[in-house]
Write a protein that binds this ligand. Sequence first.
Ligand SMILES: [Zn+2]
Length: 561
Amino acid sequence: MLKFKKTSSALLTGKEPKVPEGLWIKCDACGELLYKEDVKQNHYVCYKCGKYFRITTKKRLRMVMDKGSYEKWDEGMESKDPLNYPDYQEKTASLRERFGIDEAVTCGQGTIHGERAVVCVCDGRFLMGSMGYIVGEKITRAVERATREKLPVIIFTCSGGARMQEGMVSLMQMAKTSAALKRHSNAGLLYISVLTDPTTGGVTASFAMLGDIILAEPGALVGFAGPRVIEQTIRQKLPEGFQRAEFLLEHGLIDNIVEREELKETLAKLIVMHNRVQPKEALIPNRRKSSVRLEENKRKEKVSAWERVQRARAQDRPGAFEYIQEIFTDFIEFHGDRHFADDGAIVGGIAYLDGCPVTVIGQQKGKTTKENITRNFGMPSPEGYRKSLRLMKQAQKFHRPIICFVDTPGAFCGMEAEERGQGEAIARNLFEMSDLTVPVLSIVIGEGGSGGALALAVGNEVWMMENSTYTILSPEGFASIMWKDASKASKAAEGMRVTAEDLKELGIIEKIIPEAQPANAQNIVKIAEIMQEEIRRFLHEYLPLEEGQLAIQRYERFRNM
Ligand SMILES: [Zn+2]
């Protein structure tokens, strides 16, 4: 998992530290004197307060690329001066000489832990990293070449926005770079943007926010309008931390924050996950082993529906995260719906099963009161469903199967959820999931609470754990509506047919996964082992199917209900 340290308050200040000459430097954030060599060793992060220093293109490339692998593209392009702006040509010429860089962006290709990628680095020293013709053109050419050569693109953004000295020509670079990225995306290729301090204006409103995966450095300021402009417009002081990377993560705008120490490793891992061709020998289930297990389970005790309801709700029952950790490897979590928030009630990301990349999504309850507040007791908000859909679309783009873990008392019923379209968000998932062209498997691991559960359960197959439930509404709710008496919930549970056994009989689900009793942290290894074997069997069966066939099979599955 990506490391994600707590941000110190110094990261959130607007100060812009520079690294002066000499053996010692002073951190502008905490005021401490720092030994320069130690700062360098610490990836140009203040070792006293954690403040990230802005770094040069050369240092960035050295930090991320394999030694000697980077080859620069399109250097020395002729600049445009459409406004005949006074001293513009002289100014850019002197910056070029002073910093030894070609323009505000350097583009080229190289390898990261051996993985080939097109990498572009913006440099804030060159007219605030503003995007004029050359920046737009170099990025566009790099992306076009990446499309031709089927390479992933990584852009390190750092920019004050469009370049005023070039007027409307500069504005057009936003559309030009975005259009090139659209073609790159349509070709099924990966684009990762890494937002560094500061990324604002026309760059934020174009290539910075278009990554399949958007990462940011801790404390980086990222926004469309700069803080000063906002303060002048609204005539109010902005709160501390506004528009910083941590704020963006909370507001669902980026996938994660990555520390410099982890950056190279993370990028390499992500590229590999997207390059990986499914190994043929993978995902071959051990048929005998697995069928024996399912068979064993048939001689089991008689358990009442109400008892199943209690077990499905048990506090110590394994949740989505625990199954993900137990069944898959190298899980990388992604956050946010890219619009409003990151909903803790839904978690998701990429992981491997037998070296095959899969997208995993799950509803997640908390184990403690504090965690339950973050996760809203596993009741997703519209932004949670929108996050899940975003990840499913991403899975489709990269031909990854999708495994969903369903565990919710229901979608969140609150004013805010209604304001943001809870009904629309659920409906959209049903609509879009119906014709996804990758295999979709949904497993009800705890409570399958009504529409809020179904929004992750439009699968080619739907399975239930032996002690999970899947319901139109809670037995308490059913009793209170039908008999005006919530205390008759146990009676309702029997009549509603909410257990895995009932639903398999009704043809609502395909499979029941047996559970070692009780289902808790002690027994998860045993339970997950059976589940893993069954998932392997599912993928073995569904991965070879044609894309259209998968959608038709899913359509027919629900059409027959
Ligand atoms: Zn400091």
